[in-house]
Design a protein around this ligand. Sequence first.
Ligand SMILES: NC(=O)c1ccc[n+]([C@@H]2O[C@H](COP(=O)([O-])OP(=O)(O)OC[C@H]3O[C@@H](n4cnc5c(N)ncnc54)[C@H](O)[C@@H]3O)[C@@H](O)[C@H]2O)c1
Length: 333
Amino acid sequence: MIIPVKCESGGYNIYLERGALSRAKEYFDLDRNVLIVTDSGVPREYAETVALQCRESMTVVFPEGEASKNFDTYKSILEALVKGDFTRTDCVVAVGGGVTGDMAGFAAATFMHGIDFYNIPTTVLSQVDSSVGGKTAIDFGGFKNIVGAFHQPKGVIIDPDTLKTLPDRQISNGLAEAVKMALTHDKELFSMFEADSFDIDMVIERSIKIKQSVVEADEKESGLRRVLNFGHTVGHAIESNTPTLYHGECVALGMLPMCSEKVRARLIPVLNKLNLPTSVDCDAEKIIETMSHDKKMAGDTISVIRVENVGEFNIAKVKFTDFSNEIKAVYKK
Ligand SMILES: NC(=O)c1ccc[n+]([C@@H]2O[C@H](COP(=O)([O-])OP(=O)(O)OC[C@H]3O[C@@H](n4cnc5c(N)ncnc54)[C@H](O)[C@@H]3O)[C@@H](O)[C@H]2O)c1
C-alpha cells in the first residue's frame, strides 16, 4: 500500500507492505553513496538487506537506547559522512526505531544544510508514529528532543515483517502511541483495543494515516499538529525522571491526567491489557518541576491537549498551577 504525504517542502510516499525491506531500491534512490544508520539492538540483517541494494554504502552502528540520542552519536554520524566523502546528492537511510530515525534524520537535516533522508522504521512505535512527519531531534541537558529540526524524509518503508524480532515489551511500548491516535481521532480503533480485536497491520495503517493527515494539515506544528503531543507533556517529564521506563510507557502514563474521568475509566483497562503501566513510580513534584521547563509553557500558562470523549480532542491554555494540581490528584489515586 502506498500512502502519499503532501507537504510544503515536497511530498513523499509511505510504502506499507510486508517484505518491502528487500525491495527498498524499488522505492528509494539508492544508486548513490548511502549512509545507513542503525543501532546495536536492531538485528543486523535489516541494515545488511538495505546495504546489498545500494550502489555504494557505509553503515554506522551506535549503542541502542534513548541514552544514545545525544551529541556524541550525532558527531559519529557526521564523522562518517565526512570520512565517506558524502556530497549534497547522497543520502542517509535510518534502519531502526524512533531513536535511530530521530538521530539519522537530525544528522541528514544539518549535514551540508540538509541531504536526502529515508526512513525504514523497525519498531511498532516508529511504524505507527515517529517515522512520518519530519521531526528530528536529540536530547540535551536532561530534556527530551530539545535540539532538533524539521526535515521531511524522501520516503518511508514500513515493513511489519521486521517486527517479528521485536520483544513483547517494545510491542506494547509502540502500541501506546497507537492508543494515543485512537483516543484523539479514531473511536472505532479504540473499541478494537477494548475488545482485543485488532491486528498489527491494521493498527499501523490506521495510525499512520492519522499521523499523515495531521502533519499534512500542519507541517511545522503551529496548530493542529500539537494534538500528537497528547500525553507527551507529562510523559516526557516522567521519562526524564524514570529512565527505566520506555517512551511509550511514559506516554501511556502521561495520557491519564489528560482524559475526562469517563475516558480514563475506559483507558486504564486498555493499558492493562496491553501491559502498559497505569501508576507512576516517581514523585509527582519532580514531574511538575520538569514540566515547568516544557517548550509549551508561555509565562504561567501551558498549552495542553485533552480528551473529553473518545475520538475527539481539544487544545486549551491552562494555568500551570491548576494543571499541576490535577496531575497530583490523578497520580495519587
Ligand atoms: N520524531 C517523532 O515524531 C517522534 C515521535 C514519537 C517518538 N519519537 C522518539 O522515538 C524514540 C522511541 O522510539 P522507539 O520506541 O522505537 O525506541 P528505540 O529506537 O530505542 O527502539 C527500541 C529498541 O528496540 C530495538 N529494535 C529496533 N528494531 C528492532 C527489531 N525489529 N527487532 C528487535 N529489536 C529492535 C532497538 O535496538 C532498541 O533497543 C524516542 O526517542 C522518542 O522521542 C519521535
